[in-house]
Design a protein around this ligand. Structure first.
Ligand SMILES: [Zn+2]
Length: 351
């Protein structure tokens, strides 16, 4: 066990540690992977290891390590879009370039992390390209993004790509229990819900609101499936006002319908006792009702429709129109979702 303190991603830590010890770090890295999978944590650990003044790097105790941990190290620059749904702007890249042109303050290097670089505007991406082409000798850049497809090929080709994959569910459950003192049953549920993203699981363990919001969104969706078109359109209009909540809802609905598909195709039946393929472990009875009522083909079509809506939104399609098409025409009609499920509340609106 090394002292980087990273759970999962052993190969990536191994690779970076060896490059650091051999003095062979690249000038630019691109860490890819889904949100909250650990890209930022790994970048911060590399910064601490790079700046640490002790032999066993990172020691976690020296002044440099503590400055990295508190986000105050004068040679570490962290650039990200100013808001959750915002873009990373060219002015931010220019300001960073100004800092990176100056010699390091405390350390032998200056390290910059460009978080959510897939959200960089084209001019911001092009501006950074200049630094990637001719980086100052002492500069190391780390770009974070969900995947390589979301960036310009000219950017990707100048970085060493480190793809971070979701961490195995049992490993997350174990870490939640041993490091964050989450009781085993809850740790198991959060690990499944996290889809292998430790950062999400830890947030959910410490922010009860996150789980409450998830529960509410699921209830809203199930209610919508039984609701007439007028209610669905009204919900689409209300949800569309908040693009971030829209994304979050679509992500959640994808996971929920994937669970229905797992049950509808009988894939869950072949799992060993105590193991489950489901994400939404706590929704099992409701998922089973839908799995019995919809054919696998219907559920698959539903998943395709949600994915298409996500694709459209990524390409800046009109949010309300996209949601109206999805909720009005692509999700199963009232008849498919009726039966034993209790009737819809009189008014459904995004909370
Ligand atoms: Zn240290």
């Amino acid at each position: 066990m090394d002292n980087w303190g990273i759970i999962g991603h052993e190969w990536a830590v191994h690779l970076l540690r060896h490059a650091l010890e051999a003095g062979e770090l690249s000038h630019a890295y691109l860490f890819t992977g889904p949100p909250n999978v650990g890209k930022g944590t790994l970048a911060r650990a590399l910064a601490a290891a790079l700046f640490c003044s002790e032999d066993e790097r990172p020691c976690g105790n020296c002044r440099s390590c503590r400055l990295v941990a508190s986000g105050n190290h004068p040679d570490l620059f962290w650039v990200q879009p100013e808001s959750e749904a915002g873009r990373l702007k060219v002015e931010q890249v220019r300001e960073l370039q100004h800092h990176l042109a100056l010699t390091p303050n405390m350390a032998a290097h200056r390290l910059a992390v460009l978080d959510r670089f897939d959200q960089a505007t084209p001019s911001a991406a092009n501006a950074l390209l200049k630094t990637l082409e001719e980086p100052p000798e002492f500069v190391i850049l780390i770009l974070l993004a969900p995947d390589t497809d979301s960036l310009l090929p000219t950017i990707v080709s100048r970085c060493q790509v480190i793809p971070l994959r979701p961490i195995p569910i049992p490993e997350i459950a174990r870490a939640l229990h041993t490091r964050w003192n989450v009781e085993p049953e809850k740790a198991r549920l959060l690990a499944h819900l996290s889809g292998g993203r430790l950062g999400w699981a830890v947030r959910a363990a410490t922010e009860p609101d996150l789980l409450r919001r998830r529960q509410q969104r699921i209830e809203e969706m199930v209610a919508l499936l039984r609701a007439p078109l007028t209610d669905r359109f009204r919900y689409a209009a209300e949800l569309a006002r908040d693009p971030e909540a829209t994304q979050e809802a679509l992500e959640l609905w994808t996971g929920w319908w994937r669970d229905v598909l797992i049950l509808a195709t009988g894939a869950e039946g072949s799992q060993k006792e105590g193991e489950s393929l489901l994400t939404h472990l706590d929704q099992r009875s409701q998922l089973e009702v839908f799995a019995a009522r919809c054919s696998p083909a219907q559920v698959a079509a539903c998943l395709r429709a949600i994915r298409a809506a996500q694709d459209h939104l990524r390409r800046n399609a009109n949010v309300q129109l996209t949601l109206e098409v999805l909720l009005g025409f692509d999700l199963p009609a009232k008849a498919d979702a009726g039966g034993e499920i209790p009737p819809a509340p009189t008014s459904i609106s995004p909370k």
